[in-house]
Design a binder for this molecule. Structure first.
Ligand code: MG
Length: 162
C-alpha cells in the first residue's frame, strides 16, 4: 500500500457561496481561486497524486491554463482518480480535515462524502470528512480563508499499469 497527503488553502473574497467537497454552500463570502476554490477536493487530489508519486495539481492543472478557469474541481478529481487507476492502484480510503471558522459543514458532510465516493468509485464508508475551527487563531480563525488537509491510502488494483 502507499500513502499520500495534501494541503490546500484559499482566501475568502467577494461572493455568496463556497464550494467544498463539490457541494455549493451558501456563505457571506466566496473563495478566491482560479478554479472553483474547492480546498477539500484540491487537498484530496494532491494526496492522491502524492500516493502514486505523480506530481501535484499545480503541475497537472496550471493556473495559467485557461482550460481550468472556474473549473469544476470534481472533474479535476476524477481526472486524478483516472491517473491513480492508470498507474495500477485503487483508493482504499481517504480522510479529509477541513479547517474553517465558518460556514458550518456538518449539514453538508454526507453530500460531500457522497460526491467524493462517486468520483473515486469507492464506498462512502471509505470517505471521511472532518471539520474543526481553530478557536479564533490564525488566518482560519480570523475568517480570512479556509484550509484542508487530506490523507489517502492506495493499494494495488491488480490491473497492470497502463
Ligand atoms: Mg486550491
Amino acid at each position: 500500500m502507499r500513502i499520500g497527503n495534501g494541503i490546500d488553502v484559499h482566501a475568502f473574497g467577494p461572493g455568496d457561496h463556497v464550494m467544498l467537497g463539490g457541494v455549493r454552500i451558501p456563505h457571506g463570502a466566496g473563495l478566491v481561486a482560479h478554479s472553483d476554490g474547492d480546498v477539500v477536493l484540491h487537498a484530496l487530489a494532491d494526496a492522491l497524486l502524492g500516493a502514486v508519486a505523480a506530481g501535484d495539481i499545480g503541475q497537472l492543472f496550471p493556473d495559467t491554463d485557461p482550460a481550468w478557469r472556474g473549473a469544476d474541481s470534481r472533474a479535476l478529481l476524477r481526472r486524478v482518480a483516472r491517473e491513480v487507476t492508470r498507474r495500477g492502484y485503487r483508493v482504499a480510503n481517504c480522510d479529509v480535515m477541513v479547517l474553517a471558522q465558518a460556514p458550518k459543514l456538518g449539514p453538508h458532510r454526507e453530500a460531500m462524502r457522497r460526491n467524493i465516493a462517486s468520483d473515486l468509485e469507492i464506498e462512502m464508508g471509505c470517505v471521511s470528512i472532518k471539520a474543526t475551527t481553530t478557536e479564533g487563531l490564525g488566518f482560519v480563525g480570523r475568517a480570512e480563508g479556509i484550509a484542508a488537509q487530506a490523507v489517502v491510502l492506495v493499494e494495488p488494483s491488480g490491473q497492470a499499469p497502463a
